[in-house]
Ligand binder design. Structure first.
Ligand code: SAM
Length: 240
């Protein structure tokens, strides 16, 4: 898929938070177009045609699920983890929307609501679920996925992922939880560097002017859009 094509198509109402994908109070969404841009920039650095994607601070799983739909053809697996069990439960429900069965259930649920409440918006949302299913089928079908509780600061073992894209806490709606160290960004990157393959690419984004990287760590790229910034780094460059 060409860069221009994917970014243009990324402005998609069918993927808006709370439309087909589920949202809940207190869970921030993420701009779809920016998600797609970060993914495509990072893909160039992976040097791979397809990747296993991981969001280790997944919240509702919105970002991971959106990327799954936008870039199904370049993904073989999506992993979503978070320290908060309620977030992971919601993320699991959203990741199920990366399957034909999950989307059919969601379409049926929205059609039922349309009948029960007589609101046309539910019909539109049901149709969006149906269209997402058609898009998924055309781009490769069900996307294997996994959601689990994990504290990003205390990861263990090897994690089979080639690309991390994660939107980290920034204080307004979400904050760091778990075994929070003095310098969360440094420890987050060190922890990811410990468990990822050396060539994996990590995209960290936050609602900030600039993502502060640990001293001596060179970004592959930096991106700034509106009130968000992102840094792309190589896993081996942040491994302790
Ligand atoms: C900005 S939100 C992520 C929103 C997410 N991109 C989405 O699409 O819903 C940051 C997330 O980091 C999680 N978090 C905080 N501390 C964490 C930790 N130690 N390990 C893993 N996740 C953590 C929070 O629970 C929250 O869900």
């Amino acid at each position: 898929m060409g860069y221009r094509y994917a970014v243009e198509r990324a402005d998609r109402a069918d993927l808006a938070s709370g439309h087909v994908l589920r949202s809940a109070p207190g869970f921030p969404g993420f701009p779809v177009r920016l998600a797609s841009e970060l993914f495509q920039r990072a893909m160039v650095h992976t040097g791979r045609e397809t990747v296993r994607l991981w969001d280790p601070c997944c919240g509702s799983g919105y970002l991971a699920t959106v990327l799954g739909h936008l870039h199904r053809d370049r993904l073989t697996h999506v992993r979503a983890t978070d320290v908060d069990a309620d977030s992971v439960a919601l993320a699991a429900r959203n990741l199920r929307l990366l399957t034909a069965e999950g989307l059919a259930e969601r379409e049926e649920e929205l059609r039922r609501s349309a009948r029960d409440f007589g609101r046309v918006s539910f019909v539109e949302r049901a149709e969006a679920a149906r269209d997402l299913a058609a898009g998924l089928a055309a781009a490769g079908g069900d996307l294997p996925h996994e959601a689990a509780v994990a504290d990003v600061f205390t990861l263990e073992g090897a994690v089979p992922a080639d690309l991390v894209v994660t939107d980290v806490p920034y204080g307004e709606m979400t904050r760091w939880e778990g075994a929070v160290p003095g310098d969360p960004m440094r420890e987050l990157l060190a922890s990811l560097g410990r468990v990822l393959p050396e060539r994996a690419v990590v995209v960290v984004t936050a609602r900030t002017r600039r993502v502060a990287l640990p001293e001596g760590v060179r970004a592959l790229e930096r991106v700034r859009v509106g009130n968000r910034a992102a840094a792309l780094v190589r896993a081996r460059d942040v491994a302790p």
